[in-house]
Write a protein that binds this ligand. Structure first.
Ligand SMILES: C[S@@+](CC[C@H](N)C(=O)[O-])C[C@H]1O[C@@H](n2cnc3c(N)ncnc32)[C@H](O)[C@@H]1O
Length: 291
């Protein structure tokens, strides 16, 4: 469903962020960060120094909340223990199907058994470790996996799951999976949401699931303002903005030189309709709209 399946992306050389680059980014941004999520558009467990990266954020820069977003295929007990030791607060595990066939078809070449094993490892660690941490599931709903979502806890109810995050599929461009029309399923999805609310309430799991009828992902005036204010995306190529020469300039100097504060004030004075149009046409983060 995501950019990794597009032919252009698949042809690109995969880069591993050098630790020195990460340390530079950390020194620029982490003292201001409330939350860091590693691996939002790549697979963090492929990075050989992931535990060290968590440690740098948590122990050196004191980022209050550090998580990873992972498909959990390489999440062994030993890696999970190292991450917890380094101070990790949350594992977000992506899974887009509660049945084996759907899960493996939507996330090739992932294995359903490995997913179960990883969730079992986290559940066991929570019971025996004295470090508290959260497990969040990220389930992106599409026409192929929407019907089985109602059975989520029948298949995965035995595991530690602190948050269940459900969202509708977005149009991310030239992806292999293109079926995004959920309109025929809105009524049954609304019933599914009610069942999940009951299940989650009973087991004290937080449910993040906007009503399926809402135009989630379209952008609201508030999200148009808040996202650019609070989100700082960093990859091996770009840190926050394309024209930020982050290797040589400090964050503060860049903000000053480019009049960032003035542009924030100007944003607050913009008309809501302009903001909505802008976020619709612009870059989209995989976040939720803010109501
Ligand atoms: C691109 S993945 C990469 C991070 C990591 N490898 C993982 O598996 O979580 C990050 C999240 O994007 C979400 N995602 C992928 N394609 C999507 C789409 N078309 N619409 C909405 N979310 C999508 C998935 O749910 C996944 O949890």
């Amino acid at each position: 469903m995501c950019h990794f399946s597009s032919p252009e992306y698949a042809g690109k050389k995969r880069e591993i962020m050098p630790l020195a680059d990460y340390e530079r980014i950390a020194s620029l941004l982490f003292k201001k960060s409330l939350q860091l999520v590693l691996g939002c558009s790549a697979e963090p467990t492929l990075h050989p120094q992931l535990p060290r990266m968590v440690e740098i954020a948590k122990r050196l820069h004191k980022v209050p909340f550090v998580g990873i977003a992972t498909n959990a295929q390489l999440l062994t007990e030993s890696l999970a223990e190292k991450l917890l030791e380094a101070g990790l607060d949350e594992f977000t595990v992506s899974m887009h199907g509660v049945e084996k066939e759907t899960y493996e078809r939507l996330q090739p070449p992932a294995s359903y058994e490995k997913l179960h094993r990883a969730l079992a490892v986290l559940t066991d660690l929570a019971a025996k470790s004295d470090r508290s941490f959260k497990v969040r599931i990220n389930y992106t709903v599409n026409p192929s996996n929407q019907a089985q979502l109602v059975d989520f806890f029948q298949h995965f109810g035995q595991y530690k799951i602190d948050l269940l995050q459900v969202r509708k599929i977005f149009d991310l461009g030239n992806t292999v999976y293109q079926d995004r029309d959920l309109a025929p399923f809105l009524q049954s999805l609304s019933r599914t949401r009610a069942v999940l609310q009951e299940n989650c309430h009973a087991r004290k799991t937080t449910l993040l699931c906007p009503p399926f009828e809402s135009e989630t992902g379209k952008g609201t005036p508030a999200s148009a303002i808040l996202l650019p204010l609070v989100l700082r995306y960093a990859s091996p190529e770009i840190v926050w903005k394309r024209d930020f020469p982050w290797r040589t300039e400090s964050y503060e100097a860049y903000c000053k030189r480019t009049g960032w504060r003035r542009s924030v004030l100007a944003m607050a004075r913009r008309k809501s309709s302009d903001l909505v149009r802008e976020i619709e046409n612009g870059e989209r983060s995989l976040g939720y709209d803010v109501d």
